[in-house]
Design a protein. Structure first.
Length: 118
């Protein structure tokens, strides 16, 4: 599956952004999906995941209550709604796919930059 993330940009603290991830090439519902981010000078970190049919989601403690993850299998799309953004949310955000039954996320899209100014 090929993944392409979009929707990043520059926003002031307290603002909102919605990231999108478009998938193509394979049946989208064969994959659990996730968002990860790489803050400047730091390692990649988990942000949120959603299972293959959207019934189960998980969030990093740092984004709980502020971010929402969703997917539309009919459109082969996944989204990350980010509200109440903080400067520490500044990072390159990546979407990823985990083939059902496999332990790791095995497909990654290119990143989209999110910058939150204080």
């Amino acid at each position: 599956v090929q993944l392409q993330a979009s929707g990043g940009g520059l926003v002031q603290a307290g603002g909102s952004l919605r990231l999108s991830c478009a998938a193509s090439g394979r049946t989208f519902s064969r994959y659990n999906m996730g968002w990860f981010r790489v803050p400047p000078g730091k390692e990649r970190e988990f942000v949120a995941t959603i299972d293959w049919n959207g019934a189960s989601t998980n969030f990093a403690d740092s984004v709980k209550g502020r971010f929402a993850i969703s997917r539309d299998n009919a459109k082969n799309m996944m989204y990350l709604q980010m509200n109440s953004l903080k400067p520490e949310d500044t990072a390159v955000y990546y979407c990823a796919a985990q083939t059902l039954g496999r332990p790791m996320f095995d497909y990654w899209g290119q990143g989209t930059q999110v910058t939150v100014s204080s």
